[in-house]
Ligand binder design. Structure first.
Ligand code: CA
Length: 612
């Protein structure tokens, strides 16, 4: 027996526990339930049994509701529904706070979770997506190293520690991010995920967190106390506040495309056969490769996603979202998300993976995929084409890109679509770290050659039109020792090794210089494809050289890379140039000059020239 849920899925009011000092309103959507109640608990420990049951009443559109009088601040709760004569206990998908491991929701007085000065917290100014330089970072990796100089290792609060240093006196932590000059810190999943046992933090378990538990509250293992529901909220807000204060915007990696649990997930318990795509035989489809895929095209799933994202943007002042396996979401939902978020904050940055994990139940034509990017409004996708052209394909370690000697890849280095809708990158958390990829694909290369190739990659990404993005630590040759899927590998593999910043100081300064050049000159961050078409000209050059001229109202530039192991020359369109970047350095202030119209490029070297 199944009701036709479509009749009931147009509810657009508030769901969840709506706290007021005098009373709390609980609202749950479950049109199929024949009975529903709220179970109140004095704490969030899943082992404690003492509880109080309050029956809910059914209203229109499948919504169950009850009003509990009195101050329920910090009271924990679950829902119990009866469906087909079976009772299920589930955590409220709309829970804004929870106890340890997210097993029980908590009624939260959000105003009381705000750190001092939160009302005055403002995001740094940000005008256009191509002005972004995105730094992809895992919260634990950032501070967990014994050499990080940070006290709150692996915690949100590490982001509040200013002026931290490595043993050799180099900046670490938030001071490092400011010095480097990135604009957006993109945090790997930091909503509540299930893989790390929050009750056993001494185990030092590690996970990227792509296994969502509760979407609307922060992960507990990054908090100093995961047992009391408000602690993680306050500490998360302190992290955002500190990043903002230091001129950095905050992007959250969000994973609405699947849940960590499948048959026993809260969604499935509360409204069976609704939140997930299933095949005709009634089995879960698995476009995520993680056991299930959510059905964004259904109105209450769409509403859930919009409500959740708007909540993070408003309550936590989040400045952008990266959508995991975005092609599992339908175009219409993604555009509705864009509209809702732009109403909150028109400078919000939205981008996602334009692919699925495996074959999806959503037809190709409806997928928010790279192929369909023209139908998406103000949402960018990762360019795996440019990524592969820079350093080689990710599925074969030995595959090379332009910087590692595959000169045919040159034709794919240029942007093919709107810069504001293209994320350009050479590395992210997935697959081999850039340094490891260069080593694996060029086993004969020595250290000096690896650094040269890494510099060429950085030059391509950070001068690319589009939105540049890189994995944390790439700027000091991050290695995961060849581990290409480190999602649950130990800290020793994943941590940022801050001592490498001293070891690869030249590479670090090169990244820093490139970012400063990008920020100083709008020509490197054109806003439309038309501007690129009229301002960027590829120069005739030998096979191992990629070179172009770039002109806009702010000036004329040459970007030229010789990925070959021999010296090369190109003819410049005119004479008289300042050198901003050569094989050694990158700097806004000229480091050299060229009088005539010939550029001589040493082996494996890149240049930026600025017309005098
Ligand atoms: Ca968790």
């Amino acid at each position: 027996m199944r009701l036709n849920l479509i009749k009931f899925d147009s509810f657009d009011g508030i769901l969840g526990a709506d706290y007021h000092k005098e009373q709390t309103n609980f609202r749950l959507w479950s049109p199929i339930a024949t009975k529903a109640s709220v179970k109140l608990y004095p704490d969030g420990e899943p082992t404690s049994a003492k509880s109080k049951i309050i029956t809910m009443e059914k209203f229109a559109q499948g919504v169950w509701s009850t009003v509990c009088a009195g101050d329920l601040k910090n009271v924990y709760y679950t829902y119990v529904v009866t469906i087909d004569n079976i009772e299920y206990e589930a955590v409220d998908p709309y829970a804004k706070a929870a106890g340890v491991n997210g097993k029980r929701g908590m009624v939260v007085d959000l105003a009381a979770t705000n750190p001092a000065g939160w009302e005055g917290d403002l995001s740094p100014d940000f005008a256009h997506p191509t002005d972004a330089v995105i730094y992809e970072l895992h919260i634990r990796d950032f501070s967990i190293s014994e050499h990080s100089g940070m006290v709150y290792k692996g915690k949100y609060l590490a982001f509040t520690e200013e002026n931290t240093e490595s043993p050799t006196g180099l900046k670490t932590g938030i001071a490092h991010l400011c010095d480097l000059g990135v604009t957006h810190v993109h945090l790997l999943p930091c909503f509540d995920f299930i893989s790390v046992d929050e009750a056993k933090l001494e185990q030092n378990a590690y996970n990227w967190g792509y296994d969502p538990g509760n979407y609307n509250l922060p992960e507990g293992s990054y908090a100093t106390d995961p047992h009391h529901g408000s602690v993680r909220i306050t500490e998360f807000k302190k992290m955002v506040q500190s990043l903002h204060k230091n001129g950095l915007r905050v992007v959250m990696d969000v994973v609405y495309n699947h849940t960590g649990r499948t048959e026993d997930s809260d969604f499935e318990k509360l409204v069976p056969n609704y939140y997930y795509r299933k095949n005709k035989a009634g089995n879960f489809m698995d476009g995520s490769g993680c056991g299930n895929e959510t059905a964004s095209e259904r109105s209450m799933v769409r509403k859930f996603m919009i409500d959740s994202l708007v909540y993070w943007a408003t309550e936590y002042h989040i400045d952008g979202f990266r959508f995991d396996l975005m092609a599992l979401h339908d175009i219409e939902t993604m555009n509705a998300i864009r509209d809702a978020l732009f109403r909150v904050n028109p400078s919000i940055l939205l981008y996602g993976e334009g692919w699925t994990g495996q074959k999806s139940g959503l037809p190709d034509s409806k997928q928010a995929s790279k192929k369909n990017v023209r139908q998406l409004k103000d949402i960018a996708v990762f360019s795996d084409d440019i990524r592969n052209a820079v350093k080689g394909g990710v599925f074969e370690a030995s595959n090379r890109g332009f910087v590692s000697g595959n000169f045919r890849a040159k034709k794919n280095l240029l942007l093919k679509w709107e810069p504001s809708q293209t994320v350009v990158y050479a590395s992210c958390h997935d697959n081999l770290a850039l340094w490891d990829k260069l080593k694996a694909s060029c086993p004969a290369a020595n250290e000096k050659e690896l650094i040269a190739m890494n510099k060429l990659s950085a030059l391509l990404v950070l001068t690319s039109q589009g939105i540049p993005f890189f994995q944390a630590g790439e700027e000091f040759a991050r290695t995961k020792f060849g581990d290409e899927n480190s999602y649950k590998s130990p800290d020793s593999t994943n941590r940022l090794s801050w001592e490498r910043k001293a070891e690869y100081a030249g590479l670090y300064e090169y990244y820093r210089g490139l970012i400063a050049i990008r920020k100083a000159h709008p020509a490197f961050r054109l806003r439309t494809f038309d501007e690129i078409r009229t301002g960027l000209f590829v120069l005739p050059s030998p096979p191992s050289v990629f070179a172009y001229a770039l002109n806009d109202s702010s000036g004329s530039f040459i970007v030229a890379l010789n990925a070959g192991k021999k010296m090369n020359k190109i003819t410049l369109p005119s004479s008289g140039w300042h050198v901003l970047v050569n094989q050694e350095k990158a700097s806004v202030a000229p480091i050299d000059e060229i009088g005539d119209h010939i550029l001589v490029m040493p082996p494996q070297s890149g240049f930026i020239l600025q017309k005098k």
